[in-house]
Design a protein around this ligand. Sequence first.
Ligand code: MN
Length: 333
Amino acid sequence: MPHTTDLGAAANLLRTATDVSLLAHVNPDADALGSALALGLALHRRGVPARVSFGMPGEVPESLRGLDVDGLVVPAAEVPAASGLLVAVDTASKSRLGQLADRVNATAEAGGAVLVLDHHASNTFYGTHHVVDETAEATAVLVMRLLDELDWPLDADIARCVYAGLVTDTSSFRRARPGTHLLAARLIEAGADPTAVARDLMDTHPFAFLQMLAGVLDRAVLEPEAAGGHGLVHTAVRLDDLIGVRLEEVESVVDIVRTTAEAEVAAVLKETSSGHWTGSLRAVGTVDVRAVAEQFGGGGHTLAAGFSADGELEDIITKLREALSDPVLLASG
Ligand code: MN
């Protein structure tokens, strides 16, 4: 029954596990790493050997380092070929595990279980067991469901990791349902410090970020007629812009660009190496940008999606404009 979400079966896997590798997607965000670390900490504190890793980059992003209080993160090369239990979190497809993608088949072939915990609608159900719920605002919500199913207690460190995923994936609770606010209250009561988490994750940048933003925002283009008349705003972060800034700064550019009143859709193209780009797409609530990302081989959520593309920036923008010319409109839009 590969496409069935089974919380009880997932909880049993964790309850009986003796050796666990927890994998986040490449370039992990707070939801991916926080979810992996929350489960890793819970296992570690029950005496179960657990490690957390991701395909790239080679180190934990600076803003997320405070989450790994037990030192559970290991380099990708140190993740065994096969684990008794492999848990992939916040990762819609095997390829998003990067160089760790081969651990999925190796674990299954060795008789281990592969548990996929995710909230992306584009999830491909590549595990042996799945807890996939596209209505969950964050994978961290699913982690909490699992911890509750297991009746494993929250402590301040676990609560901090879950809270980190929640606060970022809900855009600081702007997109959180009532139950998710109640969940946040439980996490704060358990010892998560909202001020400290927000400061580390979102509110601290090197001075170079201001100069990078000045250039990137100066090059922003507004196309009111694009996206079927709903409007598109786009800009690019070039290799030259990256001096002195971290991946965290690059990823936060789209949150500023998306505030443009005249555009339903925001796009930020980020140069990863010469001629190679990744794109972040955001929509306010009318246009399905996942459908656009999928035309580039990417994916994500209806209002927040991403893709990779090679070539000249102008050509990618042209293709993007075409992909948006007859947009898929959301029912509620
Ligand atoms: Mn997520």
